[in-house]
Ligand binder design. Structure first.
Ligand code: LMR
Length: 394
């Protein structure tokens, strides 16, 4: 039966973690996957989450099914946090999803219901899984320019392409902390994009997996709220994996801004069908913990502080890495590392350099040169800087 089944290459991101786990080099460093690690190299259990979980355990609720579209109080809390006052929440469908990827999948299938012949436009480059996920949902996937030949944002190329995209097509944008480049759009650039997207009748789909990692939850919600403020339509995939450090719990949400409550009800019915035939209903624990953090003002404040500390530590690592590389590779500018946002830096390592870095120094970066700066700490940064500098000059 399986004799003709083809062996697929490993996943470009999670497959790298598999290779890392199998590598027994003592000083190995995984800068592949986007996972925040603290100053001791550990994935943190946030205190706000721990407190919420302790309160949940004390109540010891039974493990009954979660509704198809997730917990209503979780969905309402996420919608309020993401959209605030930017639109009428009576027109927003928010459905609990299995992390950001699960939200994208629900969204992709919903786009397929609404506009089956649309093409989906993603940035060049984009998160490795975007193309695969939308292609698997039956879409032709195209790209718009994003990362320029000079290593900076190609904004004029981006706008020029948007101006040519046919009405009805979907434009996938990264709400903040662009993955993989770390290059973000200014508020003014977002306004220009929104204007073109709306004027041309394109459907914006904002992937929001790193809210809180650029400037803070409120500021990072700017792009979503800008698009929401003109009444939609709008798709927003959202994830708590990084911001609440709930990776393994798969806690996310898909929101769709529709024109009115009747449309909302029809869209919700479709998304529920998609969820039901895909996984029936989502898991409960992580979403319940996230909802508890959002509902309790003290836990919510604590979360803001903890997220702020993660953000500050990442920015510190960016600065240290840039300084250490500048010391070791004189005459080369590394300030771009500091100007990028979020967990990632597009390090400007070429693919052969990334391979050498992995094979000779056991420092795991993606082949694209993306490195996760959130995995750097005071103990590994000298080794990482030294190894990157060596492969850059070798
Ligand atoms: C990443 O880009 O590393 C993360 O979003 C994790 C993933 O699922 O790829």
């Amino acid at each position: 039966l399986f004799s003709k089944v083809e062996e697929l290459p490993r996943d470009p991101i999670l497959g790298l973690t598999e290779a890392f786990v199998a590598d027994k080099t003592p000083h190995r460093v995984n800068l592949g996957v986007g996972v925040y690690q603290d100053e001791n190299g550990k994935v943190p259990l946030l205190a706000c989450v721990k407190l919420a979980e302790e309160a949940m355990l004390a109540k010891a609720a039974p493990h009954t099914y979660v509704p198809i579209d997730g917990y209503a109080h979780y969905n309402a809390a996420v919608a309020k946090m993401v959209f605030a006052e930017s639109c009428d929440l009576a027109n927003v469908v928010t459905v609990q999803a299995l992390g950001g990827t699960g939200a994208l999948k629900l969204g992709a299938e919903m786009v397929k219901v609404a506009t089956p012949n649309a093409k989906v436009w993603i940035s060049d480059p984009s998160w490795e899984n975007h193309r695969a996920l939308f292609a698997a949902a039956g879409f032709a996937v195209e790209t718009y320019p994003y990362y320029g030949a000079d290593g900076e944002l190609d904004f004029s190329g981006l706008i020029a392409t948007l101006e040519k995209i046919p009405a009805g097509d979907v434009v996938l944008l990264h709400a903040c902390c662009h993955n993989p480049t770390g290059l973000d759009l200014s508020q003014d650039q977002w306004r220009q994009i929104a204007k073109v997207v709306r004027a041309r009748g394109l459907t914006p789909f904002l992937d929001t997996a790193y809210m809180g990692f650029a400037e803070g939850l409120e500021t990072d919600a700017f792009s979503v709220r800008l698009f929401a403020s003109d009444g939609g339509p709008l798709f927003v995939s959202f994830s708590f994996s990084k911001s609440l450090s709930l990776y393994g719990e798969r806690v996310g949400a898909l929101s769709v801004l529709t024109a009115n409550p009747q449309e909302r009800s029809r869209v919700l019915s479709q998304i529920k069908r998609i969820a039901r035939i895909t996984y029936s209903s989502p898991a409960g624990h992580g979403a319940a913990a996230a909802a508890a953090v959002l509902a309790d003002p003290a836990l919510r404040r604590q979360w803001d502080e903890e997220l702020g500390a993660m953000r500050a530590r990442i920015k510190k690592m960016r600065q240290l890495l840039a300084d250490k590389l500048a010391e070791r590779v004189p005459g080369r500018d590394f300030t771009y590392i500091v100007r990028q946002n979020g967990m990632f830096s597009y390090s400007r390592l070429t693919k052969p350099q990334a391979v050498l870095l992995r094979e000779k120094y056991a420092v795991y970066a993606l082949d694209s040169g993306r490195i996760c700066v959130a995995a750097l700490n005071e103990k590994n940064i000298d080794y990482v800087a030294e190894s990157i500098a060596k492969v850059m000059v070798e």
